[in-house]
Ligand binder design. Structure first.
Ligand SMILES: *Cc1c(COP(=O)(O)O)cnc(C)c1O
Length: 393
């Protein structure tokens, strides 16, 4: 079935779906490392590209390809590459678009390891990077050098919920021939489509909203055009960060309910945000759906919903935040986000522990910041849980 012209919810269910000769209703798991050739000539043709047959699972596999095709349709991209984890997607993007002597510009408040891997590994190969507040477009403009090859954006950024204007940032980058990669993990294609806004690649940690059930890690890169896609595919094949067929099967199952899950979670997040905004023990709160959010207008412009990620500071700083985390019962104290269960964590000592104190403060990751991922439980229970914990402060 041609799913290209179907609505987003129909694509979630049917795009990329693979039906075998038995008429299986869902994409089967092809748990095999290798594929036999019909003849020596057929094997040679598969390797030369004349025949599109499968060769070896690191290079391609029907279950993994089904997921890649589904994600590509959801992001309005050319094709996608699925990887073992979100970080495998990040490092594959870096390996594809950076080289010795190249410079990268990135969102300051980017996912901790996306920054740490540049500083701990890529710098030793002569890659330079500028981490800056990309929500201010002049900062991007000012950071561009003759050797800038990659603009790596995360919006909303983790964990400050700061937004970057994808359309305008991409225009600036493209004037200088710079590739734009957007980590779209926090929004998923249901709420934001970076490729439609001008980016070249959309990146995902599938671990989060797309799979949505906290039972696998996975990543993906979705390319806008064939040339960018071919480069990414080649890097993945050589670096070996491919996904496993069983992992792909679970993501295909999880993503089918993406819009249902996000609709519920963001409706609840709005109520939780209003509750926190009015609580006397809350010092500040960031949620794109609140009128008090500085970039509320930009959120309305480039996103079709405000998501379910909230950051807030409790009066009393880190100690007060600790009391909240130790006294919630429904919310799970754990890193990760975007699952059906509500999660709470402390970025400064957890997800962003590897980032230096100065860099954290420059990026707005203060000691008092608590990150809250609203799940799909009964919203009254989520609020009661926070209410009980806040009473302990
Ligand atoms: C979790 C996450 C990653 C890394 O993904 P893994 O699947 O954990 O490797 C990258 N970017 C963002 C925004 C994330 O939240």
């Amino acid at each position: 079935m041609d799913t290209k012209n179907l609505g987003f919810d129909s694509k979630l269910i049917h795009a990329g779906d693979f039906h075998d000769e038995y008429g299986s209703a869902v994409t089967p798991i092809y748990q095999t490392s290798t594929f036999s050739f019909k003849s020596a000539q057929h094997g040679a043709d598969c390797f030369s590209g004349k025949d599109k047959g499968y060769i070896y699972t690191r290079i391609g596999n029907p279950t993994i390809n089904a997921l890649e095709n589904k994600l590509a349709e959801l992001e309005n991209g050319y094709r996608g590459v699925a990887l073992a984890s979100g970080m495998a997607a990040v490092t594959t993007a870096y390996m594809t678009f950076l080289e010795k002597g190249a410079h990268m510009i990135s969102t300051g408040a980017v996912y901790g390891p996306s920054r740490a891997v540049i500083e701990s590994h890529f710098q030793k190969f002569g890659v330079e990077a500028t981490f800056t507040d990309t929500s201010v477009l002049e900062n991007i403009e000012n950071a561009i050098k003759p050797n800038t090859k990659l603009l790596y954006l995360e919006t909303p950024a983790n964990p400050t919920i700061q937004l970057t204007d994808i359309r305008r940032a991409s225009e600036i980058a493209h004037k200088h021939g710079i590739i734009v990669v957007v980590d779209n993990t926090f929004s998923s294609p249901y709420l934001q489509k970076p490729l439609d806004l001008g980016a070249d690649v959309a990146l995902h940690s599938l671990t989060k909203f797309i799979n949505g059930h906290a039972d696998i890690v996975g990543g993906a890169l979705i390319a806008k055009d064939e040339d960018v896609y071919n480069k990414i595919r080649k890097t993945m094949t050589y670096m070996g960060g491919n996904m496993d067929p069983h992992q792909a099967y679970l993501v295909i199952r999880g993503v089918k309910t993406l819009s249902l899950r996000i609709d519920r979670a963001q409706e609840s997040a709005m109520k939780v945000a209003r509750y926190l905004e009015n609580h006397p023990k809350i010092e500040w709160i960031k949620y794109p759906g609140l009128e008090s959010f500085e970039q509320h207008e930009l959120a309305k412009e480039q996103m079709t919903g405000f998501g379910s990620m909230i950051s807030f500071g409790v009066k009393g700083g880190h100690r007060a935040g600790e009391i909240i985390m130790d006294n919630v019962h429904l919310a799970t104290l754990a890193v990760s986000l975007g699952g059906v269960e509500t999660l709470i964590q402390h970025p400064s000592s957890m997800t962003h522990a590897a980032v230096s104190k100065e860099d954290k403060l420059a990026a707005g990751i203060t000691d008092g910041l608590v990150r809250f991922s609203v799940g799909i439980e009964d919203v009254n229970d989520i609020i009661a849980d926070l209410d009980h914990a806040l009473a302990m402060v």
